[in-house]
Design a protein around this ligand. Structure first.
Ligand SMILES: [Zn+2]
Ligand SMILES: [Zn+2]
Length: 247
């Protein structure tokens, strides 16, 4: 097959952008070929999740009996450590929007473990408060959700939920404190309730720790009529890992 025939529009865009802004490994920043998602060394160090996690709460140590879980399933691809920690920090700083491309082939497969992917109606992201978004200029969960939606060929809407206020730093809180801290932080966006009602929603974020944030968002989506809510995060970490930065 000729070079031309092999390139689709997205590839062509990547190829051209690469001429001006060389493609970089989302973990270490090293320049990589336009069609590579990361460098070989970092790829070999990716801590893919190999242990069994609960398909409902998404945790390695199931919390379904201790907490009311509003989402119907949750899955993550990697452990939040090593190169992944670097990659997610870079993604937050807007330097590694190609991070999700590394996992392109894993997304559909992982989601299939918890849901019939074809049944998903809409993909959305855990929202960021507008003041934070103004400073950071973009929400990393949106980047993830948009790429996931492209990969599974389902519509994406970043405006189903809004974050009403900024939360306090959560990384020192216990699970119970975290679930209390996120109460009332989110709401459904009036204009988009029609896209929630009766729908199967896939909610995306970068990291799951206790799942409190995802759970609170799922609660709002269910309250506004979602038939079911499934969660997807790139990474998973646990509370005892003091490097966790999300909830
Ligand atoms: Zn690298
Ligand atoms: Zn569970």
């Amino acid at each position: 097959m000729s070079f031309q025939k092999k390139l689709n529009f997205d590839d062509l865009k990547k190829y051209i952008i690469d001429i001006f802004f060389p493609n970089r490994c989302p973990f270490c920043g090293k320049v990589v070929k336009w069609n590579e998602s990361c460098c070989e060394k970092c790829f070999d160090e990716i801590p893919f999740i190999k242990t069994k996690h609960c398909k409902k709460c998404g945790q390695e140590i199931c919390i379904c009996n201790d907490t009311e879980i509003f989402y119907d399933g949750c899955v993550s691809i990697v452990d939040y450590r090593g190169v992944i920690r670097e990659g997610i920090i870079n993604l937050k700083l807007d330097k590694a929007v190609n991070l999700v491309d590394v996992f392109k082939d894993d997304i559909y497969k992982k989601l299939s473990d918890i849901i019939d992917v074809e049944k998903i109606n809409i993909v959305t992201a855990v929202p960021m408060h507008k003041s934070t978004k103004r400073i950071r200029e973009y929400n990393q969960a949106d980047v993830i959700a948009e790429k996931v939606s492209k990969t599974i060929n389902k519509p994406f809407n970043s405006k189903l939920l809004i974050k009403l206020s900024n939360d306090v730093a959560q990384h020192k809180l216990t699970r119970l404190e975290r679930s209390k801290a996120v109460k009332g932080l989110f709401s459904a966006e009036e204009k988009h309730i029609g896209e929630i009602d009766g729908k199967i929603v896939l909610l995306c974020d970068d990291i799951i720790t206790t799942g409190s944030t995802l759970n609170e968002c799922a609660k709002i989506l269910k309250y506004n009529g979602a038939e079911s809510v499934y969660c997807f995060t790139i990474a998973s970490t646990s509370l005892c890992d003091d490097k966790s930065e999300n909830v």
